[in-house]
Unconditional design. Structure first.
Length: 392
């Protein structure tokens, strides 16, 4: 942007306008206003006028130099006799020094102008001998105190507006940081979802493939049954993986993250029977018990409970002795999931890194629930208690 398009251009225009106004007043014969030196040519008063106009043009780039130049110019003008145009332009210099200068500058100007007005009033009273001498301080008040007070008021308003803008920017940054943290936490949760989905289905695929390869003499119906389970687990795992990967990506333009979340988290306890049947088809005998009246649950609790059951049954299938007991209890203020299975010898060939237990524990913690898992009396037991009511 050029000089004339920015703040400096406006300052130059203001200085030129002040000079033009002074020249008009000079042409109308208003120079000088106070002439105690009639021998001084009136054209000489144009020099302080030009200097004080230059001071106006410097108000942004060099506020201290602007104030110094303007003060020297008005003192020179008063020494010559005093002219109205120069004094009027100098009031703009005082105003600009308070608005664009430092806090120390406007404090000092306020002290000086108030002091000069009090001094002028005192001198006037002494010279007049009565209260009419107060009028001697009026010019200082009009040409000095009022511009300074106006500049201070505008300065404080500008500072307050700048502080509000800064506060708004900080608030916006905090909101953005909170949003990013929420996105990070959600994506970490999705990564656990992805592990649960893939681990469950790939475990079923691996177990059935191992069974087919290790058991010779299987008839065609048994092979087809195993292949159907493998195909079903593979297709379902791929479908759920696509949903999770779609959710991990940025939402497409025109779509929303909420829609993607709903698409990828459709698994609910209402589908628990389907899950149990699928695990039974994979070779695990599941004795499922439901206690209490089923009811609508918070989405997070519903999904977490389903995934915990899914992970627990998958672990029982991989490391157990071929059977598991499942309890889902709907309590007045929460939901209890309890999965137990005997630990079978030689069933630990499919080892993992423990991410399943970590994921189940973190799900429970995120929902302010309680999680316990470990061996007891030859059985492996997983018990989760999830609150369904918000704490007051």
């Amino acid at each position: 942007m050029g000089v004339w398009g920015g703040g400096r251009g406006r300052d130059a225009l203001l200085a030129c306008a002040g000079l033009a106004g002074g020249l008009v007043m000079y042409g109308l014969g208003t120079q000088p206003q106070l002439s105690w030196r009639p021998d001084v040519p009136e054209t000489l008063f144009l020099l302080p006028l030009a200097a004080v106009c230059v001071a106006v043009g410097l108000r942004r780039v060099a506020s201290r130099a602007s104030l110094t130049l303007g003060t020297v110019a008005v003192l020179a003008d008063l020494a010559l006799g005093g002219s109205l145009a120069t004094v009027l332009v100098y009031t703009q210099v005082l105003y600009d020094a308070c608005v664009f200068g430092s806090a120390r500058t406007w404090r000092r100007l306020l002290q000086v102008t108030v002091g000069l007005s009090v001094l002028g009033t005192a001198v006037g009273v002494l010279l007049k001998g009565d209260w009419r001498g107060v009028g001697f301080g009026a010019p200082v008040v009009l040409a000095g105190v009022l511009p300074v007070l106006t500049g201070i008021s505008v300065r404080q308003y500008r500072d307050q507006a700048a502080a509000e803008r800064t506060r708004a920017e900080q608030t916006a940054r905090l909101v953005e940081l909170d949003r990013r943290q929420a996105v990070g936490a959600e994506r970490a949760r999705m990564a656990r979802e992805l592990h649960d989905v893939i681990a469950n289905h790939l475990s079923a695929v691996a177990i059935h493939a191992t069974a087919v390869l290790s058991a010779p003499g299987l008839d065609r119906s048994q092979v087809e049954s195993a292949l159907r389970v493998i195909r079903e687990s593979s297709v379902q795992g791929l479908g759920e993986m696509r949903q999770m990967i779609g959710l991990l990506r940025e939402p497409a333009e025109g779509g929303t993250a909420v829609d993607a979340t709903e698409e990828a988290t459709r698994a609910r306890l209402s589908e628990l029977d389907v899950l149990v049947e699928r695990v039974r088809a994979a070779g695990l005998t599941v004795r499922a018990t439901r206690r209490g009246e089923p009811r609508a649950l918070p989405v997070g609790v519903d999904l977490a409970a389903y995934r915990i059951v899914q992970e627990s049954l998958t672990n029982a299938l991989k490391h157990g002795a071929g059977e598991a007991d499942l309890l889902v209890a709907y309590e007045p203020t929460g939901l209890v999931v309890d999965v137990g299975n005997p630990v079978g010898a030689g069933r630990g060939t499919l080892t993992g890194a423990g991410a399943g237990l970590i994921g189940m524990r973190e799900r429970a913690v995120l929902l302010n629930g309680r999680f316990a898992a470990g061996p007891a009396d030859g059985r492996w037991r997983v018990r989760v208690e999830l609150p369904t009511e918000v704490a007051p």
